[in-house]
Design a protein around this ligand. Structure first.
Ligand code: NDP
Length: 285
């Protein structure tokens, strides 16, 4: 039996269409529409392509955007000052600094400089703390998108065994917390986990956020499991491939996300939702 495909492109389109309608009605009421400011430093091709995707989605939903493109050698001080301007600008609801940043810039200081209520990536320590405390916050986009994809299968998360492979601050750790919030029993595996296969085979829900092509193979999957492949890896011939070996995994899993067309588009849709909620909070909606 082949696994059902979780169509991230279709799910994300549905979300963006709903947002587009809401933004249209804001515009019809003659009010200021949500606005996302995006800052990119240097010309890393992957970062450029992510930013293009995000701006395209802003346009699709009818929101506004401000794009600030800075040279690779911009000083940290200058970058912090420009973030300060967006913080103070009441026409800007959300601020996103595309990561990674050049090595001479301290990423932590940059993230800390973004006003928490405009931090639509959910990376500011105040949002991270609130996430772990179970308080209202901006939830990071990729983890939030992963949960929506799992929910789109119609299967319950509560009571399931979930295994997250990877423990980064942007994917592994927050998605583990979101699964815990939905009453899954969660295990977080990483590069020092011995016998990874024995761990992943227990998973009713398996999230792979590693960054290594094919690290999860069919024999590591429990039959019928929901498999979410977060990895975006570029092969030598320029194609994108996930962390999961799709051919062998799709013969065992119950549900599986493709790469591309799985988690990637959902990340962008969640960024649009976060921008809209930043606007709602500022506009007292
Ligand atoms: P990081 O490199 O920050 O984290 C990778 C994690 O995987 C680490 O916790 C590491 O363990 C673990 N790991 C590495 N090798 C192994 C292994 N052999 N077995 C088990 N665990 C291992 O990556 P990110 O979390 O930032 O990203 C992961 C992937 O997701 C990347 O391919 C990235 O491009 C993609 N991504 C996709 C997004 C999307 O929108 N679809 C958004 C963000 C990321 P340890 O902590 O011990 O080093």
């Amino acid at each position: 039996m082949m696994a059902n495909i979780i169509d991230g492109k279709a799910v994300s389109l549905g979300i963006k269409e709903k947002l587009k309608e809401r933004v249209e009605s804001v515009r019809e009421e003659g009010e200021r529409v949500p606005c996302l400011a995006v800052i990119i430093v240097g010309d890393n091709p992957a970062s450029r392509s992510y930013v293009r995707g995000k701006l395209k989605a802003v346009e699709f939903t009818g929101m506004e955007s401000r794009l600030l493109e800075l040279p690779e050698d911009v000083s940290e001080e200058k970058l912090l000052q420009l973030i300060g301007c967006f913080n103070e600008n009441s026409d800007v609801d959300g601020i996103l600094v595309q990561l990674p940043l050049p090595r001479h810039i301290n990423e932590d200081r940059v993230i800390d400089a973004i006003l928490p209520r405009k931090d639509v990536d959910g990376f500011h320590p105040q949002n991270v703390a609130n996430l772990w405390l179970g308080r209202k916050c901006f939830v990071p986009c990729t983890p939030q998108g992963i949960i929506k994809l799992i929910e789109s299968t119609g299967e319950n998360i509560e009571g399931k065994r979930a295994v997250v492979v990877g423990r980064s601050n942007i994917v592994g750790k927050p998605v583990a917390k979101l699964l815990l919030d939905r009453n899954a029993t969660v295990t977080v595996a990483h590069s020092r986990t011995p016998d990874l296969k024995a761990v992943t085979r227990e998973a009713d829900i398996l999230v792979a956020a590693v960054g290594r092509p094919g690290v999860i193979t069919g024999d590591m999957i429990k039959p019928g499991a929901i498999v979410i492949d977060v990895g975006i890896n570029r092969t030598d011939d320029g194609h994108l491939t996930g962390d999961v070996d799709f051919a062998s995994a799709s013969e065992v899993a119950g549900w599986i996300t493709p790469v591309p067309g799985g988690v990637g588009p959902m990340t962008i849709a969640m960024l649009m939702e976060n921008t809209y909620s930043a606007w709602c909070a500022i506009s007292d909606r």
